[in-house]
Design a protein around this ligand. Structure first.
Ligand SMILES: Nc1ncnc2c1ncn2[C@@H]1O[C@H](COP(=O)(O)OP(=O)(O)O)[C@@H](O)[C@H]1O
Ligand SMILES: [Mg+2]
Length: 612
């Protein structure tokens, strides 16, 4: 999981290595800046022996041989090395060198620090982009069944929130995971070189501090997962209310929706407050623990300086500085741990979506469909959305060039049956043959290019009329757009607009009437000149006048095409070659208008309800 997240860093390996180098430089110069405190301290407090001390072996100044030879040796080496650059004959000269040294060391340290931050942000933003793009692509390629099951808000939250969290976890934390332990290690090294006994005491105290921070982190992680879920619910609520604003207004449910939202919002606030209280608490707690450690060291080490002199005062100062400096990375490492855990949780949610295999995919050697020559044949087709069969054992042949009407009560399964033809779903039993080939063998895009789909619920995008008609085909010519608009009976009203085809139609086409929206969606469906057209109650929600215009367009389009019409008003399908009557997922009758009227049955019953 962590490895998979890290793999997103791979394309940025070059930048990453620069960052790592910068981090190392930063760490080295950080410790150098601490080491320089020693000579400075000596210069100020021991003016007389500054020069001699640099020359004499420090071992002689240690009355007790408490340190190991190796540590002492190293200490001496580092000291004489640093001193050889700093010490001059005069105190003023030494001060001058120390000042210059401080400036140089801090300058390099900060340049490296900035380089590190700069590179890290670059990488971070690139990684966010990559994950977000991959996620969006996966979502766009999922088949419809997935969207029946998931809430829009949840998906939006995956794309926004979760990607951000993952970002913080991988880029920043990954790099800090190099920096902070490295710093810690170097400071620890300095401390050990000066006095290993003191260091063991400080480490014991530090470890208990890390343990307490770990407990807080664990609690935070649980809360944080909860808060993410609640954030997703919040986004869902926002999204649903805004897209259903017309209904909210019509039913005057502003207050109801607001109350509902406030409840979710309060819920989120509750969890988040808990998270924040503890997150903020972790900083003062760790500082207090750190100070506790330092005072213990101050007491114990100070005694060694004052009473037995086993540690030199200037060394002790450097030691304290190193110990102080250790607190920051130590604190940070605890934080990284929490953030990585949060990131892993978010990453899991993201990969859940990315790894979902669409139900409807191409077969390996999918055949390109380039037209319907013979027929579409349903053979013993059954279908369910997951909870009970909606279509039961359907047998039906749609001949090329025929107009087939599907009628039946609402909920009978008409839309479901029609949606199997462009393979929005696969049958759960039986098969659909397209010119004798199983639908599943056809290349999806080519199949869908052959079918134009017009539904009762028109979905238009917030764009111009032109772009809505030419949706997905930016290279289409002006003539083609106008031709489709004319066939869909839309050209006349489009011309009337001051901006014509460049009119912006508003969110979901709200600036157009229902009939106008429907005619634009028809123009869009026929732009490709598809040989198969499906009209699913395309006129049902329209007023009489609009219905007439849309109906005219549909009839014009029926010529030379295979058409499936689902109609509510039975008068509109008189001329169909075959009428299929569906009830409860079963074909109960079929035949022409006249044949069906003569027989007793569901069709004549429905007809009588409408016309008598
Ligand atoms: N996306 C879906 N998920 C689950 N059930 C669905 C879905 N779409 C439709 N149904 C159910 O399938 C049945 C048939 O629906 P539908 O094909 O839309 O009927 P019709 O178009 O004849 O009114 C209904 O009981 C409906 O509740
Ligand atoms: Mg329907």
């Amino acid at each position: 999981m962590f490895i998979r997240l890290l793999s997103y860093l791979k394309p940025y390996a070059a930048k990453l290595s620069i960052t790592v180098v910068a981090i190392i430089i930063y760490a080295v110069f950080s410790s150098l800046s601490i080491w320089m405190v020693g000579p400075l301290f000596n210069l100020i407090f021991y003016p007389q022996n500054m020069t001699e001390q640099a020359v004499t072996n420090p071992i002689s100044s240690h009355p007790l041989e408490s340190e190991s030879d190796f540590a002492l040796d190293l200490k001496t080496k580092i000291n004489s090395y640093v001193n050889s650059y700093i010490i001059t004959d005069t105190r003023l000269g030494t001060l001058y060198r120390i000042c210059i040294g401080i400036l140089i060391v801090f300058f390099i340290k900060n340049v490296a620090y900035y380089l590190n931050l700069y590179m890290t942000s670059l990488i971070e933003q690139s990684v966010v982009r990559d994950i977000r793009n991959e996620l969006f692509e996966s979502i766009a390629n999922l088949s419809l069944d997935y969207f029946n099951k998931s809430r829009v808000g949840t998906l939006i939250s995956r794309l926004t929130n979760d990607v951000e969290i993952v970002n913080v976890a991988i880029a920043a934390t990954f790099l800090n995971l190099i920096k902070d332990p490295l710093l810690l290690f170097i400071y620890l090294f300095i401390a050990l070189v000066i006095s290993w006994k003191l260091t063991i005491i400080s480490l014991l105290v530090s470890l208990s501090m890390v343990f307490i921070l770990y407990r807080i982190g664990k609690f935070l992680r649980k809360q944080s997962i909860q808060s993410q879920e609640k954030m997703a619910r919040l986004i869902s609520a926002i999204q649903e209310t805004i897209s259903g604003m017309r209904v909210v207004k019509a039913f005057a449910t502003e207050e109801y929706e607001t109350d509902k939202f406030k409840k979710e919002s309060t819920d989120y606030h509750g969890t988040m407050s808990k998270v924040l209280v503890f997150r903020k608490l972790s900083s003062p707690i760790s500082e207090m623990l750190g100070i506790l450690a330092i005072t213990i060291v101050l007491w114990y080490g100070g005694k060694q300086v004052i009473i037995d002199g086993s540690i030199l005062p200037n060394e002790f100062i450097v030691y304290l500085f190193a110990l102080f400096s250790m607190m920051q990375p130590l604190k940070a490492i605890g934080g990284h741990y929490t953030r990585i855990q949060e990131g892993l949780a978010a990453g899991e949610r993201i990969f859940d979506v990315i790894d979902t295999v669409p139900m409807i995919i191409n077969m390996d050697n999918a055949i390109i469909a380039d037209g319907l020559r013979e027929s579409i044949e349903f053979k013993n087709v059954s279908f369910d959305y997951g909870e009970g069969e909606i279509l039961k054992n359907i047998n039906l042949t749609i001949k090329s060039g025929d107009v087939i009407a599907l009628v039946g009560p609402s909920g009978a399964g008409k839309s479901t049956l029609a949606s199997l033809i462009p393979r929005f779903y696969d049958p759960s039993k039986g098969e659909i043959l397209f010119d004798g080939k199983n639908l599943k063998e056809l290349e999806l895009k080519s199949l869908r290019r052959l079918t134009g789909y017009v539904t009762q619920e028109v979905i238009l995008f917030n764009n111009t009329i032109r772009n809505n008609i030419s949706y997905g085909r930016p290279d289409v010519s002006e003539e083609e757009i106008i031709k489709s608009a004319k066939m869909a009976n839309a050209h006349d009203f489009i011309k009337e607009f001051p901006n014509g085809y460049d009119t912006e139609i508003g969110d979901r086409g709200t600036r157009l009437s229902g009939g106008q929206q429907q005619r634009i969606s028809i123009a869009r469906a026929i732009l490709n000149n598809p040989p198969i057209l499906i009209f699913d109650e395309a006129t049902s929600s329209l007023d009489a006048d609009s219905e007439k215009k849309v109906q005219e367009a549909i009839e014009r389009l029926m010529k030379n095409r295979t058409v499936i019409v689902i109609a509510h008003r039975l008068s509109t399908i008189k001329n169909a070659d075959k009428i299929i009557v569906l009830d409860n997922g079963v074909i109960v009758q079929s035949g022409t208008h006249e044949e069906l009227l003569k027989k007793e049955g569901l069709f004549s019953k429905l007809y009588n309800i409408q016309f008598n």
